[in-house]
Write a protein that binds this ligand. Structure first.
Ligand SMILES: [Cu+2]
Length: 469
């Protein structure tokens, strides 16, 4: 086997010390048959963690084990013994959101196919132009906003998603968690879909066959490292630190060189120094603006004690959420735009408007979230644009939708559920004195890609939750 990339994970694959991909002579051979024996499959297969608070640590162990395997081969071939996987920082500015050119050349030289090139990549516009679509019509689409979160776990506004079991589809994931955005978007933007055929990266079962997968996941891993380097803490619960074994499920285990195996927990992979690797760039999205102070100012609520306010909004305790509105129930997403009305219950609306009426710096009005519950379908490569009362509120990537919708999936076919922050819209209604008479919200959903006749995407319900502050 010939080594297909050479760099340190500590360096950007496009930096000044960039690798010389063009010197690669022969494509690596990936053995796909015969399949391994059952005991090996049972041990190593079907571990990957998606829609899970174990997403970041499981993938770190996976990358480390793969890196050790490749490094062993590199060393055997007299290559550098500090070889490491590179990363692709699509947020690096300039044209860094374009796939590195080493991956797009068909041939290295005459008749020598480029092992980093795969045909099954279609890009965000499905035209073969592979880039990460950071904005759509000027609206932020793929973002680093997860890095502004100050807690790892919670129902809303968190970096790593809600507490879950082993790769448990079906929990509600906030729109700005690491896994939801950028991770899911990058998969679909690279993979895309043409006449119903998804690119490799658009399908969780095939994504790792595209070599760019590893550079994407190294960047996700780097973002986790950067978030920690900024002083943010990982969960301290035993259920997270000890991994799914703590809740009676299987352990994470990876094959290492020389037939060895490595069983690991999230706690084993949180400290980069102890793991003996680092990144050259741990810069994150600029420091979070104090969203609560900004909001209170807009609502005309005097900020009395800033220190106290910061403390109350930064605590780790989960804030209770409560259903206050819902649409009639399940519906199918159509091409162009699909509309539905989300009706408030009298009781729910009263609670929300009361929280505004008695608002003060000590009693901050509710934050409000729109939830797309149990989105199901037989395609991954699509993105939904969601608006409320004709105002754009966000994009949702459907990467992983097909697996999550299967009855025998870990989530029992519950599909994917997402929440989007619509506090701004409710704040504005309050400022216009429209909140008390509010009956409903008009929700509109527009898919990025055409939904073909043999493809179906449904939403189980759209609801609105209040989060007491
Ligand atoms: Cu992934």
């Amino acid at each position: 086997m010939v080594v297909f990339c050479r760099n340190s994970r500590g360096k950007s694959c496009r930096g000044p010390d960039g690798i010389d991909w063009n010197t690669i002579k022969t494509p690596p051979k990936v053995p796909t048959s015969p399949l391994p024996p059952t005991d090996i499959k049972d041990k190593y297969w079907n571990q990957c963690q998606h829609q899970s608070w174990y997403f970041a640590p499981w993938h770190r162990g996976y990358l480390m084990a793969l890196e050790m395997q490749i490094r062993a081969i590199v060393t055997e071939l007299n290559g550098p013994d500090d070889w490491a996987l590179p990363y692709w920082n699509y947020f690096g500015g300039e044209k860094e959101n374009k796939i590195p050119p080493a991956f797009t050349q068909r041939f290295l030289e005459k008749d020598t196919p480029n092992p980093l090139f795969v045909t099954e990549r279609h890009g965000p516009d499905n035209d073969g132009n592979i880039y990460i679509k950071l904005f759509k019509d000027g609206k932020p689409r793929v973002t680093q906003k997860c890095e502004l979160k100050t807690v790892y776990t919670g129902d809303q506004n968190c970096f790593g998603g809600p507490e879950t079991e082993f790769s448990h589809y079906g929990k509600i994931f906030p729109e700005e968690s690491l896994e939801t955005n950028p991770h899911n978007f990058v998969h679909n933007d690279v993979g895309g879909v043409v006449t119903g055929n998804e690119g490799l990266m658009s399908d969780p079962n095939a994504a790792a066959l595209d070599p760019i997968f590893y550079l994407h996941h190294c960047n996700i891993d780097r973002m986790w490292a950067a978030w920690n380097a900024k002083g943010n803490s990982n969960p301290s619960e035993t259920k997270w630190l000890g991994g799914p074994k703590e809740i009676g499920e299987r352990e994470f285990v990876m094959p290492l060189p020389d037939g060895k195996e490595w069983t690991y927990t999230p706690n084993d992979v949180t400290n980069l120094d102890a793991l003996d690797y680092s990144y050259d760039n741990l810069k994150t999205e600029k420091v979070a603006v104090d969203i609560t102070s900004e909001r209170l100012e807009k609502l005309g609520i005097p900020i009395l004690d800033h220190a106290k306010l910061t403390e109350s909004t930064m605590d780790n305790n989960e804030k209770p959420t409560e259903l206050v509105a819902a649409n009639q129930g399940s519906f199918e997403i159509k091409n162009a735009v699909t509309k539905t009305t989300v009706n408030f219950s009298d009781k729910g609306l009263k609670k929300v408007s009361t929280s505004f009426l008695k608002a003060s710096a000590e009693e901050i009005p509710d934050r409000i979230y729109l939830v797309l519950e149990n989105v199901k379908g037989n395609i991954n490569a699509n993105t939904l644009e969601v608006s409320v009362n004709n105002q754009h509120i966000g994009f949702i990537s459907l990467f992983g939708l097909r697996n999550a919708s299967l009855d025998d999936s870990h989530g029992g076919g519950n599909g994917l559920s997402f929440s989007l922050d619509i506090t701004n819209i409710i704040d504005e209604l309050h400022l216009e004195n429209d909140l008390e008479n509010l009956k409903s919200l008009d929700v509109a959903i527009t898919p990025d890609n055409e939904i073909l006749s043999d493809t179906k995407i449904t939403v189980g319900r759209i609801s609105v939750y209040r989060e007491k502050q």
